[in-house]
Design a protein around this ligand. Structure first.
Ligand code: AMP
Ligand code: ZN
Length: 462
């Protein structure tokens, strides 16, 4: 069995064949850090975290790169509105991105390259494109000439002619054609900028990913991912820039996650219908949010609803209870190496689902099947230690791939923590120090750090 991936480029499921045997190089477009990310963005981060975990599980050596866009119009605007330097805004929300994805159990990328640390690589690529005649300078800006790349439109399956006809006639006299796009933007007065052979300015969004993926993964790599809204123009433009600059194919497989919707409409900052993970974790355990994001195959739409989240909480409880019961019976079970149980069909069901374009919905069903079988087994009077260990091991493997394993993460939501802190304060007032200490250690166990200050008790997650 091998892994099959739906490739946006061919619009077909294809068998995955790596460039180098046993290795997979993945690039996923990361966040623009001007605000907390919403649960829609989180779908992309969690889905590709599972793709990466599954390749690891199947024995591949994975190199995973995800950029951080830390200079951009939106960041500059946020800085102006908040009257602080744009780099301060970017730093704050990059840290928030790392913290909130960690809460969701996302393993940090092997590299999280930041645009502002890679200006030389970006400028070098733009210079190459200008030198080769694929790009032109215009009044301090640099544009990519879309018509110079004969395959422009191949990812989004549009012809250059259609794109030209459909392009909005923008008031931008600097461009030769409306479909051309910016590689470099001349600095406006007072704006943050970097020196370049074309004058002071900053890069366009698309060129960052071309330059940074090349630096860390080479001219051609295995998988490029992102949300479906990035197919056009972002990924189309990345392909044009990279293939024209290097003369080699860019990425072999293009994976795009479907949208997370609210009332069947895409969750987005511009529509204002978004819920940030930062806020949602005060209501739901991050593990429940993660489980919810994996409850549909990644290309299908997923609608946000409290009912679905409640269902996910129940599902996780079922899995946790089964694991707890297995652990409980393990100590008391008869020791035997003789009896083994054949769990290959359960394991195969899980792998079949994941091999089929990372179908986490079916993979979760396979976890439930295993849990049901384990519970049936535990109903017997006499159980064997070796068999319980087999169930625990397979359950651990499956939950590890999905990232819902029982790694010690805080199980408490903000409201629970605050209620416990209040109870501790009351206990101290009543001189019930034993209870107060008990609450402090319970919170410490959950990774909650308390600080007694003159203004009251402050707390943070470790
Ligand atoms: P952005 O910071 O807006 O560039 O988004 C970061 C990632 O989240 C990109 O890969 C987007 O395609 C993806 N994304 C944005 N909105 C949604 C949504 N509602 N559902 C799923 N993915 C999304
Ligand atoms: Zn990108």
């Amino acid at each position: 069995m091998s892994i099959v991936i739906y490739n946006t480029m061919s619009r077909k499921k294809e068998q995955f064949v790596p460039i180098h045997k046993g290795e997979v190089k993945i690039y996923v477009c990361g966040p623009t850090v001007y605000n907390f990310f919403h649960i829609g963005n989180a779908r992309c981060f969690v889905v590709f975290d599972v793709v990466r975990r599954y390749f690891n599980y199947r024995g591949y050596k994975v190199t995973y790169v995800q950029n951080i866009t830390d200079v951009d119009d939106k960041i500059i605007k946020a800085g102006q509105e908040q009257n602080r330097p744009p780099m301060e805004v970017a730093e704050q929300f990059m840290q928030a991105f790392l913290a909130d994805t960690a809460e969701l159990g996302v393993v940090p990328a092997d590299v999280h390259p930041r645009v502002t640390d890679h200006m030389d690589d970006i400028i070098d690529m733009i210079v190459t494109l200008v030198d080769k005649g694929y790009a032109y300078t215009s009044d301090g800006d640099v544009y990519f000439r879309a018509s110079s790349f004969k395959e422009y439109g191949k990812l989004s399956h549009q012809s250059l002619g259609d794109l030209q006809a459909g392009a909005r006639v923008e008031v931008n006299e600097k461009k030769e054609a409306p479909v051309d796009f910016a590689l470099w933007k001349a600095a406006k007065p007072g704006e943050i900028s970097w020196a370049s052979p074309f004058g002071a300015g900053r890069p366009g969004w698309h060129i960052e990913c071309s330059a940074m993926s090349r630096k860390y993964l080479g001219d051609t790599f295995d998988i490029h991912g992102g949300g479906h809204d990035l197919v056009f123009p972002h990924h189309e433009n990345e392909i044009a820039q990279s293939e024209c600059a290097t003369g080699h194919p860019f990425a072999n497989y293009w994976m795009h996650n479907g949208f997370l919707n609210v009332n069947h409409e895409k969750m987005s900052k511009s529509l204002g219908n978004f819920l940030t993970v930062h806020d949602l974790t005060s209501k739901y355990q991050p593990r429940v949010l993660r489980f919810f994001l994996l409850s549909a195959q990644y290309r299908n739409p997923l609608n946000f609803s409290d009912d679905l989240l409640e269902g996910c909480q129940n599902g996780l409880d079922r899995i946790d209870t089964s694991r707890d019961n297995l652990l409980f019976r393990l100590d008391k079970a008869a020791i035997s190496q003789e009896h083994q149980v054949d769990l290959s069909s359960q394991k195969n069901a899980f792998m079949k689902a994941m091999d089929d374009d990372f179908n986490t919905a079916d993979a979760i069903s396979a976890v439930y099947e295993l849990v049901r079988d384990a519970n049936t087994y535990l109903r017997q009077d006499k159980v064997e230690k070796a068999v319980i260990e087999q169930y625990l091991e397979l359950l651990g493997e499956m939950c590890g791939v999905l990232g819902i394993d029982a790694v010690k993460r805080c199980e408490l939501i903000d409201a629970d923590i605050e209620a416990l802190i209040l109870e501790r304060t009351e206990a101290r007032k009543a001189r019930n120090y034993a209870r107060a200490d008990e609450i402090r250690s319970l919170l410490t166990e959950q990774g909650i750090v308390l600080e007694d200050t003159a203004q009251g008790v402050k707390w943070k997650r470790e």
